[in-house]
Design a protein around this ligand. Structure first.
Ligand code: ZN
Ligand code: ZN
Length: 215
């Protein structure tokens, strides 16, 4: 595993710890945490604070089990760091197993054109999680964002106008970011991408395809 340089911010870690995020965001955050010692340690410090608050507020009601569901996701990763380290190069992060299978070979890809493939994961509808397969050297159409987009690199690497993102790195893009992610030439790039709003494409072809691809 290469050195992880791009991490979760405090806002996302806190919201994750509090269990207030859509399922798709919980999924990508749990996946990053399972790959990243630094964010795992930061999350435990947020959990400790959250736990103290919960103990003081005895009448707190857990309305829909979202906290339990989130804790279950967390439990799968950090409590078992040895297994995470032992994983083979083609295995997916453990939080993704129930959604996409254990191995990249299990993923059911659908072509979206230009060699790019995607696999949309089944999560609650308030946000969308998809695995993306970008052939080495290929570019995604340039786009802006109407909401928040998180992209976690699972294999290979990509570059955009902002920076270089290698395995384990998480890019956080919002309304202010317009970019053209390009997979590096040495290896096909596989990412997990989560969005809570449609992307803004500048060129016509991806705009036409947008409703069919759910991007
Ligand atoms: Zn991290
Ligand atoms: Zn983007």
């Amino acid at each position: 595993m290469t050195q992880i340089k791009h991490h979760l911010n405090d806002q996302l870690l806190m919201a994750y710890s509090a269990g207030t995020l859509p399922e798709a965001f919980n999924l990508i955050i749990a996946a990053h945490i399972s790959m990243c010692d630094e964010c795992r340690a930061r999350m435990h410090s947020f959990d400790a604070v959250g736990g103290a608050v919960l103990e003081e507020t005895s009448e707190v009601q857990m309305s829909d089990g979202s906290l339990e569901a989130t804790l279950a996701l967390i439990g799968k990763g950090p409590k078992d760091p040895i297994k995470v380290l032992e994983k083979t190069s083609s295995s997916l992060p453990q939080p993704l197993w129930d959604y996409a299978g254990r191995d990249l070979a299990d993923v059911r890809w659908r072509s979206v054109g230009m060699g790019v493939k995607q696999s949309i994961l089944k999560t609650s509808k308030d946000a969308t999680a998809r695995l993306l397969y970008i052939p080495a050297g290929s570019a995604m159409p340039d786009h802006g964002h109407n909401g928040l987009e998180l992209t976690l690199v699972l294999q290979g690497a990509f570059e955009d106008e902002d920076d270089y993102f290698g395995a384990g790195d998480l890019e956080i893009a919002d309304q202010h970011v317009h970019h053209t992610p390009v997979a590096t030439i040495d290896q096909d790039c596989i990412c997990l991408a989560v969005t809570d709003a449609k992307l803004k494409f500048s060129s016509l072809v991806p705009r036409i395809a947008q409703p069919f691809l759910r991007i």
